[in-house]
Design a protein around this ligand. Structure first.
Ligand code: FNR
Length: 428
């Protein structure tokens, strides 16, 4: 039995698993290619190391660096590593499917690509490659508003799996923000995400030291840096200089990159207030998600005003390093919200086991940000598909190993979670 079939838990035919992971190889050649990739890069951290070597320094530092001393990134990883799941044997004979349902839609796995602003800085064309890979694998893709493709193009590329994330465009009574909400609906985005955890602009020292300036400018230093990476330059040639194209209808025509960045700085900023969230709730009739919830009282308040889902996240450790890890606050948020909201976990995911941990601690699914960018930096457009495959198969193996016949059964596991906050820790 070759490794592809071993992973899939099958005795010979790669196609037998169709419909379980959503992205089975179509031919022997594809299966062999996947096997070779899995041998060379069996984990997300292997992709990270290759990305570090292949990418321009500024591109790697932009995506990989956190607030302060990266403290929160390290704590996110350590806290996930510390969660133990106790298996029950005798029930599962082979890896079960990882199918799940989120907001009434079915996906091949409870794993999503998190919204990323300016991913083209890390890898030109990133959004297109993410959208295609997510659609092929049938997993959710949350397109960020600050992206190199607009929501209409996102919906063309990923009609079955597109979610849309919005920052606060507050000028003129939220004229742009509300129009983007309308466009997301017309385009067919399935879920609207309002990000609430960036009330102020914070700095990330590694990004600053790499020469990135705000607003972004391709300075001589960055150009020279980019020349060290043929793959990055090729993707730039194919996809052009990244711009935030969802905003094109609102930006005066033919203005320079710098003026366009200044326009966005004027129009966008701060974080949604509760009153503003209520307004968006009125405008958007589909599933509405708040991204950035770490306190059970915020979760309660959101649910009371009709929000359907909560992203439990510390923004991947990119905002300030003193935040709690999201895996540690998740159990208290689950205790406060019960089954009244869909809980989406992110911050620190590097494996399917991490996804299993998050779900066992109360989440309905887990998203990842940095690791999908690492995958692009390491393997170009093949990266996201490979990473989805790794995460999905690792999750299926985890289900089998833990004695779960489905993703839902993870909720019933015995969990030891040393860093978990309890609901009473939030009192006062
Ligand atoms: C982000 N994230 C983010 N979130 C958001 O709501 N809007 C955005 O525009 C961005 N931009 C962004 C850029 C980059 C380079 C990164 C790495 C992240 C946060 C993202 O959605 C997610 O919460 C974290 O990335 C999850 O943590 P991990 O998986 O990176 O550890």
């Amino acid at each position: 039995m070759n490794a592809v079939n071993k992973i899939a838990g099958q005795g010979g035919k790669v196609s037998q698993q169709a419909g379980t992971t959503g992205m089975q190889p179509q031919s022997t050649r594809e299966a062999e290619e996947r096997l070779a990739l899995t041998r060379a890069f069996p984990t997300a951290m292997d992709l990270r190391e290759r990305a570090r070597r292949l990418m321009p320094n500024f591109a790697f530092e932009y995506m990989d660096g956190g607030a302060g001393n990266d403290t929160n990134i390290k704590r996110n990883w350590a806290a996930l590593d510390g969660v133990e799941l106790v298996p029950r044997y005798g029930k599962v004979a082979e890896p079960p499917p990882a199918e799940c349902t989120l907001f009434g839609r079915s996906y091949s796995a409870p794993i999503g690509i998190a919204p990323i602003g300016g991913p083209g800085t890390s890898f030109p064309g990133a959004e297109t490659y993410f959208a295609k890979a997510a659609q092929a694998a049938r997993i959710p893709y949350a397109l960020g508003v600050l992206s190199g493709i607009d929501v209409e193009r996102g919906a063309e590329l990923a009609p079955d799996v597109l979610w849309f994330q919005l920052y606060r465009f507050f000028r003129n009574e939220h004229k742009i923000g509300l129009d983007l909400t309308r466009r997301a609906k017309d385009a067919g985005a399935h879920v609207l995400i309002l990000t609430i955890d960036t009330p102020v602009r914070t700095t990330r020292p590694r990004e600053t030291k790499s020469g990135i300036v705000n607003p972004f400018k391709l300075t001589m230093r960055l150009r020279l840096d980019a020349l060290t990476s043929p793959r990055w330059m090729m993707s730039l040639a194919r996809n052009g200089i990244p711009r935030f194209v969802s905003l094109n209808p609102y930006v005066p025509a033919n203005i320079s990159l710098a003026d366009s960045a200044n326009f966005i700085r004027r129009e966008q900023g701060g974080a949604f207030t509760w009153e503003e969230i209520a307004r968006y709730r009125d405008h958007w009739k589909g599933p509405l998600v708040l991204k950035g919830v770490l306190h059970p009282s915020d979760a309660e308040r959101a649910i009371a005003m009709g929000v359907d889902g909560l992203f439990v996240t510390n923004h991947g450790g990119r905002q300030i390093e003193a935040l709690p890890t999201s895996i540690d606050t998740l159990p208290a948020i689950k205790a406060a919200t019960g089954n009244r909201a869909t809980l989406i976990f992110d911050s620190g995911v590097r494996s399917g086991v991490d996804v299993a941990r998050a779900i066992a601690c109360g989440a309905d699914c887990a998203f990842a940000g940095k690791s999908f960018l690492w995958s692009l930096g390491a393997l170009g457009e093949k990266g996201p598909g490979h990473l989805i495959h790794l995460y999905t198969e690792d999750l299926r193996a985890s289900l089998g190993q833990l004695g779960c016949l489905s993703v839902d059964e993870l909720h019933g596991l015995t969990v030891r979670h040393p860093g978990a906050w309890r609901l009473q820790d939030f009192a006062g």
